[in-house]
Write a protein that binds this ligand. Sequence first.
Ligand code: DAK
Length: 255
Amino acid sequence: MNTLKVERHGPVVTVRLHRPHVLNALSGELLAELLDVLRPLDGDPEAGCFVVTGSAKVFAAGADIKEMSGRTAADMAAEDYFSGWEEFAGLRTPKIAAVNGYALGGGCELAMMCDLIVAGESAVFGQPEIRLGVIPGIGGTQRLTRLVGRAKAMDLVLTGRTMDAPEAERAGLVSRVVPDDQVLPEALEAARAIASHGRASVAAARECVDRALETGLRDGILFERRVFHGLFATEDQKEGMAAFLEKRVPRFTGR
Ligand code: DAK
């Protein structure tokens, strides 16, 4: 592994982006290594949550500009450059971004592909690609707009300005803001909580929440109700409700 450091504690897998000389810029190699690590773990019943983080000073300063700069449109199309990020976004295991410092361009897009963003007070978010003569291209114009609304998304994408952690929290981009040294502990605690729940209900909850961004209210409510009904076919539903009534901690099996 050249670009990542990976740790596993029980059901929580932590991936630390590690290209310090370029502020963790996201290269093709980093993406390939990230997918090599996470792909086999996705669907592993023992893996309950992924945490993606950077260093104490930077999450990721975007896609690797040096790697991209000389490419032509034909190169980009032929390689379908960075299409693998959609595979990352589509992993079924819940993902938490633990962000300190810069999360710019592809770094902000990577954080938005996660289910939760836990940010340190020093975190800085933005889509500055316009300053490079391009636009966000790993979902930034789409996810940012859905998460923070058109007004704020236009502001960030057209001016290239950044927003600090309190603004990102007010805008709805960030789930929690904590002191910098608490970012990873807070993210790991959230990851352990998620991993302690039944896998089927966690997967169902993620699908339903994300569906809210893609469908009308009526269809979304119906989708939620059908998924809710379906969970009564799982052993985890029986166990979760029995444990409540028996005043004990549930033992979910993912079945
Ligand atoms: N790529 C490559 N190297 C980078 C980098 C990046 N994104 N960001 C920083 N570095 C390197 C710097 O070049 C510098 O290297 P040396 O000069 O020391 O060799 C080193 O990291 C330290 O950076 P600075 O000296 O600039 O550090 P400062 O603290 O002064 O400034 C900064 C920090 C984050 C404000 C600044 O580094 C900066 O503005 N970085 C660029 C931020 C940015 O523009 N990010 C967006 C990148 S474009 C695609 C779709 C999307 C994309 C790509 C493809 N397709 C669908 C095909 C995504 C595009 C982007 O994300």
